[in-house]
Write a protein that binds this ligand. Structure first.
Ligand code: AMP
Ligand code: MG
Length: 399
């Protein structure tokens, strides 16, 4: 048996960051910047009002309340209009250019109109009140985001604010997903004796998508060398990484092992972990290929432990692993010593004091996929007897 960290180290050393590409903003959510991103112009681009109110000369309001002449209106999106001279004010809307001559804005709630053309300002303004200055948010030519930044919704907003339509990011990895097994059928038709439905492929394709990669469906291959070889070759030719499931144990019809050994440089591991003990990893050409176990829970946990960090590395992420947090066990989490790390499917929730609590999401067999689906965390039980009610356990939050 080999431990999780050693396996991860070998895998990550075989996974290189992909080439950069210029990607439209609308496709860049979750991508990682490939170079420093520089602002094309100031934001805001001009001095403007942070309030609906009146643009004034602050000095005119020193003796407030004061009455000023209203000489115009400035709306957002309009070119500059009236200037503000001594004793004057311009009615102004949020986002409108601050008129020449004005140096402050008084919010409308602190004013009252007098007839149609005059306004009483009830408070003394200070220079700069409610005025947003050019470049306060972003300065032209300055780095907005370092290389290696994961782009979230806010980053895309910032990029749009400086007029960027594309962004230089690490290319999104294309990841092929192949199921193997004579027993597998896809879709909703009747099952013949011995058949089951292919649940791993939709699940792994979704895990790939959620990891920020492009899922590529390689279909289901029967337990034959020819079929598996053709599918893996197709995957390697069109993808940056390939995931297979099934056929990596020691059964009589586990041909994935034979095929991958012929095509590439493979490791065959028995990892000291439960579920997800059997794992194959290697490269075919330079493409990383993961032979994940067939049992659906094992497949999913194996993806989480080994494939996801590797795909994140391909995509240029600096943070490869999810955070681990301590949690209170609301039910006993018992296990037997067997030299392995156990990963329990658990539901985690937060109490009023901010502590995380966990309880099992269902049965822990590696064929019980529903308990995996209902789990939002994996509890890490090191070798031993497990944890009693109220005890502390480390968990990996999956969401
Ligand atoms: P294997 O690793 O091929 O021996 O498969 C181990 C177990 O996982 C067997 O019970 C298989 O029927 C099951 N299995 C393998 N692939 C899939 C799949 N794509 N969807 C659902 N179950 C699978
Ligand atoms: Mg099989």
């Amino acid at each position: 048996l080999i431990d999780v960290e050693t396996v991860r180290r070998v895998i990550l050393s075989a996974c290189r960051v992909l080439d950069p590409a210029e990607v439209p903003l609308g496709d860049a959510l979750g991508c990682v910047t490939a170079s420093d991103v520089v602002a094309g112009h100031d934001v805001p681009p001009f001095p403007n009002s942070a309030m609906d109110g009146f643009a004034v000369r602050a000095a005119d309001t020193a003796g407030a309340p004061v009455t000023l002449d209203v000489v115009g209106t400035a709306a957002a999106g309009s070119a500059p209009g009236a200037e503000v001279g001594p004793g004057q004010a311009v009615r102004i809307m949020t986002g409108a250019i601050l008129p020449a001559g004005a140096d402050a804005v008084v919010m409308v709630e602190r004013t009252s109109p007098v007839g149609g053309t005059r306004v009483v300002v009830e408070v003394a303004a200070t220079v700069g009140d409610h005025v947003r200055l050019p470049g306060e948010d972003l300065r032209a030519g300055r780095v907005m985001f370092d290389a290696g930044t994961e782009l979230g919704p806010g980053h895309l907003g910032v990029l749009a604010s400086v007029g960027a339509t594309t962004v230089h990011v690490v290319r999104r990895p294309r990841v092929g997903v192949l199921s193997t097994g004579d027993e597998l059928v896809a879709g909703g038709g009747p099952l013949r004796p011995g058949q089951i439905r292919d649940s791993n492929r939709p699940m792994l394709l979704a895990l790939v998508a959620r990891a920020g990669c492009v899922p590529v469906d390689l279909g289901t291959a029967r337990d034959e060398e020819g079929a598996i070889t053709a599918a893996v070759e197709r995957g390697v030719a069109g993808c940056d990484a390939v995931l297979t499931s099934g056929g990596v144990s020691v059964g009589d019809f586990d041909y994935v092992k034979a095929v991958l050994d012929k095509l590439g440089e493979m490791h065959w591991w028995q990892v000291a972990v439960r579920p997800a003990k059997p794992l194959a990893f290697g490269t075919v050409g330079s493409t990383p290929v993961f032979g994940l176990p067939g049992n659906p829970v094992s497949s999913s946990v194996s993806f989480e432990l080994f494939a996801r960090p590797a795909l994140r590395q391909l995509a240029g992420h600096r943070q490869l692993l999810r955070p681990e947090v301590p949690a209170v066990a609301d039910e006993a989490l018992h296990r037997r010593p067997d030299g392995k790390l156990h990963l329990l499917r658990v539901v985690a929730s937060t109490d009023g004091e901010g502590r995380v609590h966990v309880r099992p999401s269902g049965g822990q067999g590696s064929h019980l996929l529903r308990a995996m689906a209902l789990a939002n965390a994996l509890a890490l039980l090191p070798d031993g007897e497990g944890v009693e009610v109220g005890g502390t356990v480390k968990v990996v939050l999956l969401t």
